[in-house]
Design a binder for this molecule. Structure first.
Ligand code: FAD
Length: 331
């Protein structure tokens, strides 16, 4: 393989998302130093402003597609811009995060490029001459290993928090620092949708799908106010707050926090489930977390079956105690 592996480096609010570096690492493992160039593309209104920060990573070329019309994610515009770039770069593979943007964009891009697509990849390894991708099935109950056969390109989305992020290097993947290549972009007049504004429902400082620590509440939190001790603990630990559908359905929090089969999938280092029974649909969104801590007053709650640590007790007593002890330990 001697072509180009292209990473769509997702950014939000002028900051590179962690998953962009994880997608870069996936591309590096897949290319296995077989002469492929690793390139990245940044798209957005001020995408060029973060090109320098990406230049510290092992990439040969950083393509910047910058235009006011690309300020907010617009599937048509992004597809149009990336299709044009791929026409020039002719990548053998495209890697991006399995985020809301990646899940929307990848299949459309794959169809446009007549590419094979694998989504929600959690591991990449080389085996002989092949690149083997692992992805979960049946809500994490089984895993499948897949390889691409035949023609390129491939389009691959990687689940956040599973593949270690690429480490910074001084010289890029080529013999010198990365080339920053700016591309002109003009939105076509044929665009059928224009995104005027994006109103975020949650103001959490840490993105739920990328958080290293998630403190989640279920119907056991009993009210909107019941989430306050969880928010306090999450803030102290630099984590994000999540929820079960039970809590969302009860109106205790916004559906943007829902984790599970019909919500977000998270794989943090630590998942703290408070007042969540552990229904199979909830486990589908968090069972791959590295360490699971459950707080529930019912010792028979199913969540304890998958928890690494279980605390049987009232969350309104246990969570403030945890916060107090963590605060002491972190001081
Ligand atoms: P409950 O099952 O009511 O559990 C509340 C728990 O809190 C109990 O275990 C109780 O012992 C404990 N508790 C109560 N008070 C306290 C206290 N003071 N201290 C400590 N513990 C306490 N669910 C999801 O979460 N995500 C999904 O994506 C999802 N998708 C679904 C899709 C489909 C098609 C269907 C049918 C269901 C889906 N569900 C989903 C719903 C799921 O089946 C459960 O109903 C839901 O997860 C239950 O939420 P819960 O655990 O918060 O509530």
């Amino acid at each position: 393989m001697s072509g180009t592996y292209l990473v769509i480096a997702e950014q939000r609010g002028g900051k590179l998302r962690q998953v962009a570096l994880e997608a870069l690492q996936a591309a590096m493992i897949a290319s296995d130093n077989r002469g492929a160039r690793i390139a990245a593309v940044l798209i957005g209104r001020n995408a060029g402003a973060i090109a320098e920060s990406l230049a510290g990573y092992p990439v040969s070329d950083i393509h910047v597609i910058e235009d006011a019309s690309l300020e907010h994610y617009n599937p048509e515009a992004y597809l149009h811009a990336l299709d044009a770039l791929c026409g020039t770069v002719k990548p053998d593979a495209v890697f991006l995060g399995h985020t809301a943007l990646g899940r929307d964009l990848a299949p459309a891009l794959a169809a446009r490029l007549k590419a094979g697509q694998l989504s929600d990849v959690i591991a990449v390894e080389r085996s002989g001459d092949e690149t083997v991708f692992t992805r979960p099935l049946y809500a994490g109950k089984a895993f499948e290993k897949k390889v691409f056969r035949g023609t390129t390109p491939w389009v691959v989305t990687v689940r956040p928090n599973n593949i270690p992020a690429a480490a910074a290097s001084d010289t890029g993947s080529g013999s010198g620092p990365a080339n920053i290549v700016k591309h002109d972009y003009a939105a076509p007049s044929s665009l059928r949708t224009v995104v005027k504004d994006v109103v975020r429902k949650t103001s959490g400082k840490v993105d739920l799908t990328e958080a290293k620590i998630v403190v989640s509440g279920g119907r056991g939190v009993k009210s909107r106010d019941g989430f306050k001790p969880l928010e306090e603990l999450a803030e102290l630990l630099g984590g994000a707050v999540g929820a079960s559908r039970g809590a969302c359905d009860a109106g205790y929090c916004d559906y943007a926090l829902q984790i599970g089969q019909t919500g977000k999938v998270v794989t943090p280092e630590i998942y703290i489930a408070c007042g969540i029974s552990g229904a199979i649909q909830h486990l589908a969104g968090m069972s791959q977390s590295r360490i699971i801590i459950a707080v529930n007053k019912d010792p028979e709650a199913p969540i304890f079956k998958i928890a690494d640590y279980g605390i049987v007790g009232d969350l309104f007593e246990v969570v403030p105690l945890l916060t107090k002890e963590f605060r002491k330990a972190l001081a």
